[in-house]
Write a protein that binds this ligand. Sequence first.
Ligand SMILES: Nc1ncnc2c1ncn2[C@@H]1O[C@H](COP(=O)(O)OP(=O)(O)OP(=O)(O)O)[C@@H](O)[C@H]1O
Length: 477
Amino acid sequence: MSDEFFKMVAEAAFSNPFGEKRAEIDRRIVGASESTEWQSTLPPLLRDLAKQIQSLEQAGELVVDIEAEGEARNVTVSVLFHVFHRYMEAFDALIEEQLASGDESCRAPFAFQCLEDLAGYGFKRADACRYVGIFYQIRRAFYFISTELIGESPCMRQMRAQLWDNIFTHDIAWYVQCLWNRMEDFSTLLLGETGTGKGAAAAAIGRSGYIPFNPNAQKFEESFTRAFVSINLSQYPETLIESELFGHRKGAFTGAIEKHDGIFSRCSPCGAIFLDEIGDVSIPVQIKLLQVLQERTFSPVGSHDKLRFKGRVIAATNKSIDALRREGTFRDDFYYRLCSDLITMPPLRQRIRETPRALDQLAGHLAQRICGEGEILPILGKLNQDVGKNYAWPGNVRELEQAIRRILLTGAYAGDSATEPTEEIALSQAVEAGNLTAKELVEHYCRDLYTLYGNYGEVARRTGLDWRTVKKNVTSA
Ligand SMILES: Nc1ncnc2c1ncn2[C@@H]1O[C@H](COP(=O)(O)OP(=O)(O)OP(=O)(O)O)[C@@H](O)[C@H]1O
């Protein structure tokens, strides 16, 4: 019985907490039904686990060995899981404290105690120290993904699970063993319409890197608030962009009266740099960025010094990267260097289509962010009444935030009439309104696919129509 128990706990410990599998395993361990809320399965699971570990200890049979296979490995992982949960709340409190106090790393004596507990179970001190670092990292990832990117629709759940894998890979056991301090070459490209949360997703990844624990100082080597540096590349003219990225030496060009550090030198080795609006940068800047990513060194403007960059790179664009590549404005080699992982943020209308109450939930959350704990029901009522349920939210969550502010200021929000709906939005609006003929539906769909893939052949392959029919549909508008 206990072998099977430890096997299931080890499986739970290594599964994605945002995935369905984790909830299923936890329910299985405690014998709960499918309808049981995941959160309520954890306390009985942890109680059982504590008892099982204690009985092994009392029998003098508790051996931890991180190199072991089979049963011994399952027991080892279960002990880690047990100690992690013992300190989980303390890690959460540290995250809050660190958020409030900023760039100076806060003291964490409890983390030293956690290390001592692990050593007490028989882990070597160096391994125990690494586990303390990974425990903190796991908690930060969970905290930022779940608090910054809320929403219960399936596409949101899937996106959160993807973010988790982006931080810990799809096999956390492997990550813990080999990759925990080698993630710098895993770059990420975030895609999605404006206001879908690409910046929030990037910050969640950037703030969740591995930060070593320093047992002598009883604190982590640095504050995670320093671990995420972002730049909006569309804000800078071509002449300034290099200096913003790589910095410049004093006197490097007219107006460079002081030395300036670019964001590559401000990014800590445990952190990540966020290149927002990457689709807007010129080819020469793409070539320079590609060099940095390949060589991991850069030189400030006007200097021959070679500085090292160790952080991760996250880039985002709300443009169609496929279209940019086809036009030749986005280099293929740069694209391939950036896309170890591609994550597409779902548009708000997709979330609402999948789960209609998603709008109320998100609006409630945002209203609370704006107004504190006040009464938010009137805002929700007004929102539903004013824009109607088929509204496409072209500005996504950012538009929703502004809609709430507008309702607070003026008492109404009638939607954004200035933006032409994209083909995809127009199609989903028309489908939802149910007022399309079959012919119009096929035409819309062909145009939508053509916008995405840019050639008739691909649309023909996907729709099963012949090439000429596709062309007729695409050009019929
Ligand atoms: N799922 C979500 N839950 C809570 N807040 C969200 C969510 N998605 C986005 N937001 C909020 O919406 C706002 C816009 O998000 P963000 O700036 O990350 O979008 P973006 O995709 O980067 O936009 P752009 O492409 O215009 O830069 C932010 O305030 C963000 O916190």
